[in-house]
Design a protein around this ligand. Structure first.
Ligand code: ZN
Length: 387
């Protein structure tokens, strides 16, 4: 059966990548059965991953974002030794992009704990916040909002129809196989002229996104534009600079139903296609490079994995002698003190003198800089593996 492009409906011919083993890795760092197959759409430059049958089970049982505590958050970046967390950064960017006028109705659609909107409400107490998620497991967090908040679970409240000035979506559309249905739900909640503001990963800036099994959609600037204009959005602004490895998108729902033709720039499509081919080759080689490096570790060598996120877990699942790994190392204080496969997650300061090999499980774009900035490792003789 032919795969169809989620954005433009074109036929997707052949895969440009397939995972080497019959196992795929997810954003929650778990392994699920089945091969990850990635397709490129020559018509709109959308990159798309096949939806594995086991994903349904994965969402039902494992997919939970930062459920550990109220404060638990993902580390966005380390700037001059200071930790910047994702929700803080997202709140700052949102406030710089969208007019949050007094009384404006703002819905976080698929909100999970909704930490970004919470921060925005603290600095804009006169806006009207609304929360929606398909599950009820985050309600206890919503009750911690600084003011009473309108929320709905399983389905958006029917009375919200056509009433929202702004609908927000943070890292959700990449998971959605039926984009058409998702966008029509969002449109039905917006007022005419209302703003859809969302963030999705930018695979061209974070190569890990290419092989994550639960990211069905890997948008490009071109495929985002096709997708939104086809659905009747105007004033589409796509910022690929303000948030690392992500597209921050603002689009206004048209006041009338007239659809403008979507222009496709074939040069841009080709550029994306070539980058995707490079990424495919990169991943085919990366796994063998991990194994090659591991082979050269002598029997006495003690190993650490830097990074308790996706890349670190990918390394852990690839190693043949995981028993040689003493610990994971991560600068995210919410991960320190936890365990991955029975190995502790430590801060860089806690590293044992005996460790001589470090697999650096970080986005290759930032990996060297991050490791170079760890002052307490300067006098340590360490052999590094980099992606
Ligand atoms: Zn397409």
């Amino acid at each position: 059966m032919h795969q169809l492009c989620n954005v433009c409906g074109s036929c997707l011919n052949s895969t440009i990548y397939e995972s080497p083993e019959n196992l795929s890795i997810t954003t929650m760092n778990s392994l699920i059965d089945g091969k990850t197959s990635v397709y490129f759409c020559q018509s709109c430059s959308h990159l798309q991953t096949n939806e594995l049958p086991d994903l349904i089970n994965y969402y039902a049982t494992e997919y939970e974002i930062n459920l550990n505590s109220e404060e638990d958050d993902q580390l966005y970046k380390v700037v001059d030794g200071k930790m910047l967390y994702r929700a803080d950064h997202q709140a700052t960017v949102l406030q710089s992009k969208v007019d949050l006028f007094p009384g404006c109705r703002v819905l976080d659609y698929g909100c999970a704990k909704a930490p970004t909107l919470k921060k925005v409400v603290i600095s804009n107490p006169d806006i009207e916040p609304f929360l929606f998620d398909v599950t009820d497991k985050y309600i206890s967090f919503w009750n911690l909002y600084p003011r009473q908040v309108n929320y709905s679970v399983f389905q958006p409240d029917p009375s919200w129809k056509g009433s929202m000035d702004i609908v927000l979506s943070f890292y959700a559309l990449e998971h959605v196989a039926n984009l058409k249905e998702a966008i029509s739900n969002i449109k039905s909640l917006l007022k005419p002229g209302g703003i859809f503001y969302f963030i999705v990963p930018n695979v061209y800036e974070n190569i890990a996104d290419f092989i994550v099994a639960d990211h069905i959609n890997h948008f490009s600037k071109g495929s985002l534009k096709s997708f939104l204009s086809k659905e009747g959005f105007r004033d589409i602004a796509i910022d690929d600079m303000v948030h690392d490895a992500a597209f921050v998108v603002t689009a206004k729902l048209s006041l009338n139903s007239e659809l403008l033709p979507t222009e496709v720039n074939s040069q841009e499509v080709n550029k994306c296609y070539n980058s995707c081919l490079d990424m495919a080759v990169y991943w085919q080689n990366a796994i063998s490079r991990i194994l090659e490096f591991e082979k050269n570790i002598d029997d006495k060598g003690i190993v650490a994995i830097y990074g308790a996120g996706f890349y670190g877990n990918l390394i852990a699942s690839t190693l043949k002698r995981f028993n040689k790994v003493q610990c994971f190392i991560d600068q995210n204080k919410y991960l320190q003190g936890t365990h991955i496969n029975h190995k502790p997650v430590l801060s860089p300061e806690e590293i044992n003198e005996e460790i001589s090999y470090v697999f650096v499980g970080l986005n290759p774009r930032v990996a060297h800089e991050t490791i170079d900035n760890i002052k307490c490792w300067k006098n340590h003789q360490l052999n590094y593996f980099y992606f």
